[in-house]
Design a protein around this ligand. Structure first.
Ligand SMILES: Nc1ncnc2c1ncn2[C@@H]1O[C@H](COP(=O)(O)OP(=O)(O)OP(=O)(O)O)[C@@H](O)[C@H]1O
Ligand SMILES: [Mg+2]
Length: 196
């Protein structure tokens, strides 16, 4: 039987383990559409909260609390690192160390203006999604974090292709191709995508 919550119609979407399926809070949710809808409510609230004042984005505690705010009504593990492997992402035991390294690097890029603001925020985004700290919601969390980071440097938030990235459509395919190019240190596709 098809389980809409575990089927992977898009290889870049993280499959849920049975444990994570068990960790879904609203018991009435049976379809991916319903899931997207409740998630979106929490994300919109978190977005308003995050932009309501100046935030120290390059901080582990902030990034965890941001994920918690986004998904706390939906997932029991909102705001906590994953403990199981994924097809993308570092080994679970490496998450904290790799994240600390990324935050150190990104703070250095900001403090010394190593790259223009868009490039700093998108390099940060690509490495954060590559680490894949959370059981789910990594893409949405890392996009909001990149928006907050670029705004904190005086830039404008990104348009991310101008469409919803939740469905397996062409915009999402372009986004995934762009983050993948970032894995190989080619940030041009992501720089272009995030401003279209
Ligand atoms: N090769 C890759 N390198 C880096 N990041 C990747 C790669 N493939 C996918 N990703 C990231 O992983 C995300 C999917 O992970 P996850 O399901 O945890 O996030 P999500 O927020 O639920 O998804 P979505 O981005 O569809 O809203 C993608 O959106 C993208 O940001
Ligand atoms: Mg997902």
């Amino acid at each position: 039987m098809n389980d809409p919550l575990t089927d992977v119609e898009d290889e870049a979407a993280t499959p849920l383990t049975p444990q994570e399926r068990h960790d879904l809070i609203p018991s009435y949710i049976t379809t991916r559409d319903q899931l997207n809808e409740v998630e979106q409510l929490g994300i919109a609230q978190a977005d308003r909260w995050a932009f309501s004042r100046k935030r120290k984005v390059l901080d582990e505690r902030f990034l965890l609390s941001l994920h918690k705010r986004m998904f706390q009504d939906v997932w029991k593990w909102a705001g906590t690192f994953r403990t199981t492997p994924r097809n993308i992402g570092v080994e679970a035991y490496q998450i904290a160390v790799d994240l600390r390294q990324l935050l150190d690097d990104a703070r250095y890029w900001v403090d010394h203006a190593i790259f223009p603001p868009d490039e700093i925020a998108l390099r940060f985004h690509a490495r954060l999604t590559w680490i894949h700290p959370f059981p789910n919601g990594n893409g949405r969390h890392a996009r909001l974090a990149a928006d907050l980071l670029v705004v904190s440097m005086g830039g404008e938030r990104f348009s991310w292709g101008g469409g919803a990235l939740v469905d397996a459509d062409t915009t999402r395919a372009a986004y995934i191709a762009a983050v993948r190019a970032g894995d190989g240190q080619d940030f041009a596709p992501l720089l272009a995508f995030a401003r279209t």
